[in-house]
Design a protein around this ligand. Sequence first.
Ligand code: AMP
Length: 398
Amino acid sequence: MKILVVNAGSSSLKYQLINMEDESTIAQGLVERIGIEGGKLTQKVKGEKRVLQKDLKDHLEAVGMMIAALTDKEFGVISSMDEIGAVGHRVLHGGEKFTESVVINDTVMDAIRENIPLGPLHNPANLMGIKACQEVMPNTPMVAVFDTAFHQTMPPKSFLYGVPIDYYKRLHVRRYGFHGTSHRYVSKRAAELLGRPIEELRLVTCHLGNGSSMAAVQYGKCVDTSMGLTPLEGVLMGTRSGSLDPAVLQFIMNHDHLDINQMLDILNKKSGFLGISGISSDMRDVEEAAAEGHEYSQIAIDMLYQGIKKYIAAYAAVMGGVDAVIFTAGIGENGYELREGVLEGMEFLGIKLDREKNKVRGKEAEISAPDSKVKVLVVPTNEEIVIARDTLELVGQA
Ligand code: AMP
């Protein structure tokens, strides 16, 4: 069966067509500037790139353009859209309703809609992507795979905030966690690489990209994670502050006469690497500036290293030990300087890095020293394959 994986954002739509017989990628693409002038589709097939330009009014037109590109006589990869056996959609927020992936029906659509207050930027876009695909492919089964689902195994002591319990009972205010599909993929893959059943492993997974989150995965289940009600909590990120004393908000808002939306905008879009360094949200730019002696770029990097260190040690404590630490996503997979910086001085926990083996970028590798009690792995994430596998499992083999 060929499965189409779709990740719809507010003005973009990423897609990947996967042949489930060998899990190979047949084509992948990106539709950009939906609803904005200058619509554009980029499709890659076996390393060859095609760019099409056309203004796109909405997600329906974007999906139409995606199908046209996939079925194009000259550079397409399928003869008709009937070859697509099912569509797997990435959905940001499943709230407490979804602990795993589900076949999409009207009830599921309503539940995704109900969770819009928890994922105000992403859930509406995800819904638009699903609706557009349903309209274009009315007979194709569709599956929703939630970013929050993997973290639903957390116990209340991990997911509750220390506020009156009424806010949880009435408004479902709690830690949900994100990047669940990635944490699930890398933890399972790490167990395979280590040749041990996941049911006996205590893992700390570090998803470090433009957005970053950490997770404690004990015996295959998430028991704690760093992101919270929204993806703002946790370690320092590209433009997001990560955790801070909530009283900071009141102090700044009173002083600078800001309302809560302006404040949240600062915490989400103007903080993190960008805010501290004043240079960029991108790790490579910040590293370059730090190497040239820019003080606050170096401090931003040090803050991130320290933040990750603290989570590793904290999660080891939560799980009563740690068997492996796994690095993934843009910075985690590529930034060997970061891995070295983070793990320096962590021998007390039984973590010893092999500095030479660590010099890999974007490849699966074991990078711990042979005598390290705790294994350290680089595992490039592959959320699309998880979405495709879940979709296949739910719609049945073909
Ligand atoms: P992602 O959100 O997973 O695409 O990750 C984006 C982040 O990965 C950005 O901060 C990039 O600077 C960072 N990144 C990508 N390649 C490298 C690299 N070679 N070294 C350090 N950071 C990198």
